[in-house]
Design a protein around this ligand. Structure first.
Ligand code: SAH
Length: 456
């Protein structure tokens, strides 16, 4: 078993035996962190050894090197006998790095990207150095150069807790700072200029009282890659998240780790919290000064009751923002290879709720039966036989193509296709699970041509 932990070294002296490139890279890393590097039994420094390093002679055969002498020893001389001889003279409490699986070697170096005092490490347990290196390069391009200078300057400011009292203020300060243009240009600025900007940012964070805010966020239909960048950024800062059943586990895992999570349900006929109570909770939580995220499946303004929630917030004077999401119709149609409009087949698309109140059919069926129009029914699984019957009764051709997409955009996506006169029976026979979306129109027939996912 291996754990990624950090090694505290009280005696910052690193012994090195060998001169291969793997060992040299590690020796340079240790020197960069401030260690004194000593070449064991070398009578001259290897080329490319860190400039500050020095040589030490072979010890007498009865000497044992202890953790008072070395905080860490790196061994890779290319000669197994020599490696063993040295090992036998190093006390067992000295941490040792060696390539391979030697039982004494208990230290591994993860791939590292460094920005001043910040170190981001990638650890594959030594299994896949190429994977680690690939990710290290990605991270390196992702982390702005100026981060080094900003963090160094912050280090000099001492304990932030002494300046900003509340966790809310500190979190707000860091997020605003890290998202600000300063981190991308600080490496081209003087230390004084950086300091001045940091002081301004600190003063402004100090002045900010706890001011709660609500973000109504669309989480998309399921695939976490369909979250917007703004949604990702905001859920990473949330103090409390109220989410419904439709929001997937993968998406919830992107929420800030110590945020309070409140499940507010929303299952057909089994609403866990009544809508009025959700609206009220949002107001109360924001009034406590917290950053509140209301996370909804798809888009908050499409069959999401987002309108009602912000109405209550507006009445209570609570600041809010709405972050749109990819609605189920867009997600499911794209992942099922069905364009909702098409120059030749559909010039309009209509989103309809199939949640039939008390099983009555009070929908403008006549308007739905128009040529060149795609119909998308949300919440239509239970009502499907009635929907199909009513559409045909109002003149839709029984051969009109229909697709039902279950758990669209997730790995469990299933698409059942048929025509308006066969779809209800096909769906009943298929035992598909909610949530499902029903797409009705000529465009469904394009699926055979366009669904590369199904064909690949
Ligand atoms: N605001 C959401 C819709 C909420 S109503 C949006 O914009 O998508 C809930 C309905 O959305 C479900 O009954 C179903 O019809 C549809 N739906 C949501 N996610 C879906 C998914 N992954 N696959 C199929 N249908 C989905």
């Amino acid at each position: 078993m291996s754990l990624t932990v950090s090694l505290r070294i009280d005696q910052p002296v690193v012994g090195c035996l060998g001169s291969g490139p793997r060992l040299l890279a590690k020796a340079r890393y240790c020197a960069d962190q401030g260690a004194r590097v000593v070449w064991l039994g070398h009578d001259r420094l290897p080329d490319e050894a860190p400039a500050s390093s020095e040589c030490c002679p072979e010890p007498a055969s009865d000497t044992v090197l202890s953790s008072d002498d070395f905080g860490l020893v790196l061994i890779d001389s290319g000669n197994a006998g020599r490696d063993e001889r040295w090992l036998s003279q190093i006390a067992t409490d000295v941490p040792i790095w060696m390539p391979g699986n030697h039982p004494r070697a208990r230290v591994q170096f993860p791939a590292t990207v460094q920005r001043g005092p910040l170190r981001v490490t990638v650890d594959t347990g030594g299994r896949w150095p190429t994977v680690a290196n690939w990710l290290r390069q990605r991270l390196d391009t992702l982390l702005p150069e100026g981060l080094t200078d900003v963090l160094q300057a912050m280090l000099a400011k001492g304990d932030l807790n002494q300046v900003l009292d509340t966790p809310h203020q500190r979190r707000g300060f860091w997020y605003r700072l890290l998202d600000s243009p300063l981190v991308s240009r600080a490496h081209q600025m003087s230390a004084d200029a950086i300091n001045r900007e940091l002081d301004t940012a600190l003063r402004s964070a100090e002045g900010r009282g706890p001011r709660g805010e609500v973000f109504l966020i669309g989480a998309g239909p399921g695939d976490p890659d369909l979250l917007t960048l703004k949604a990702l950024r905001v859920i990473a800062q949330a103090d409390v998240v109220l989410y419904d059943r439709l929001v997937s586990r993968e998406i919830l895992s992107r929420v800030r780790a110590d945020a309070e999570m409140i499940h507010v349900g929303k299952q057909r006929s089994r609403h866990t919290l009544p809508q009025e109570e959700i609206n009220q909770r949002l107001v109360e939580l924001a009034q406590e000064g917290r950053t509140v995220v209301r996370l909804k499946g798809g888009d908050p303004f499409i069959f999401g009751r987002g309108g009602e929630e912000i109405e209550t917030l507006a009445e209570a004077g609570v600041p809010f923002q709405v972050v749109p999401g990819i609605t189920a119709a867009s997600g499911c149609s794209a992942y099922a290879g069905i364009p909702l409009t098409h120059r030749d087949y559909a010039q309009s698309v209509r989103f309809v709720t199939g949640h039939l109140k008390n099983d009555t059919c009070e929908l403008p069926w006549r308007d739905f039966v128009q040529s060149n129009q795609t119909l998308v029914f949300y919440m239509g699984l239970v009502g499907l036989p009635i929907i199909a019957r009513e559409l045909m009764a109002h003149g839709m051709a029984p051969s009109m193509p229909v697709a039902l997409v279950s758990k669209g955009t997730t790995p469990e996506q299933v698409v059942v296709t048929g025509t308006i006169d066969t779809i209800a029976d096909r769906v009943a026979a298929s035992e598909v699970k909610a949530p499902t979306l029903i797409i009705i129109g000529e465009v469904v027939s394009l699926r055979d041509k366009l669904d590369w996912i199904a064909r690949s």
